[in-house]
Ligand binder design. Structure first.
Ligand code: FPP
Length: 230
């Protein structure tokens, strides 16, 4: 029976794990799995928007991922180039915007340029945001924010520190999803996850289709969030 989901999260963040294993099962290179993962990510964004979610953050490239073999990294950069030239246009047409968190200055100059253009060309009045975490690591993000506070010579409150993070203009995630069977956060949104609900599934990310996404949202909507209260 189809469930009526009443409580839609405002911000969903996703650790898209399992692309490599998905490809291996098919005797294909890991890059093939990332390509399938990107298709799943695009379908997930469409579904999220249709469900009324406002912010979708995806862990597309962790700081640790930069140490992967050159060939795999090149494959990921090719996908990022494609996303920021072709796929973002489809987002704009639907009134959606793209944003980035993480330190993109470590990426190849041409890739950085396309990312900046993709963010700048986004519509100003967007109602839906796809936020790509690229060369993102939560500890590095927190350290950058702390150093920014120190250079201002001011003590900060939690809310002021929050405004120095890459996520400054976004609400904290309500729900964090991790596909691929591991039960950990892997340096993703550590500060912002303080009160997030967690959803873990064994489904490998390329197989995480609209139905699976809807299942995760339905699970969230049944939870009772108390934020430390009774
Ligand atoms: C983890 O799977 C996934 C990644 C390192 C990359 C995620 C990227 C995408 C889904 C496509 C990204 C879209 C853009 C715009 C770049 P894994 O390789 O660690 O999988 P494994 O645990 O099975 O080895």
């Amino acid at each position: 029976m189809k469930e009526n989901i009443t409580n839609i999260p405002r911000h969903v963040a996703v650790i898209m794990d399992g692309n490599g294993r998905w490809a291996k099962k098919r005797l294909m290179p890991r890059t093939f799995g990332h390509g399938a993962g990107m298709n799943a990510m695009i379908a997930m964004a469409r579904k999220a928007k249709a469900m009324g979610i406002r912010y979708l953050t995806v862990y597309a490239l962790s700081t640790e991922n930069l140490a992967r073999p050159k060939e795999e990294l090149e494959g990921l950069y090719t996908l990022i180039r494609k996303y920021f030239t072709k796929n973002v246009k489809e987002l704009y047409a639907e009134g959606a915007a793209v944003r980035v968190i993480g330190d993109i200055t470590a990426l190849p100059a041409g890739v950085q340029q396309l990312i900046r253009e993709g963010v700048e060309n986004s519509p100003d009045d967007a109602q839906f945001f796809v936020i790509l975490a690229l060369n993102y690591g939560a500890r590095a993000e927190i350290v950058r924010a702390v150093n920014a506070a120190i250079s201002r010579g001011e003590r900060v409150t939690e809310s002021e520190l929050g405004k120095l993070l890459d996520t400054a203009d976004m609400p904290d995630p309500d729900l964090i999803i991790r596909t691929g069977g591991e039960i950990r956060l892997s340096n993703f949104l550590l500060w912002q996850a303080a009160y997030a609900e967690m959803y873990f599934t064994d489904v490998l990310f390329p197989d995480f289709d609209e139905k699976e996404f809807e299942k995760a949202i339905a699970d969230y909507s049944r939870r009772n969030r108390r934020f430390g209260n009774v």
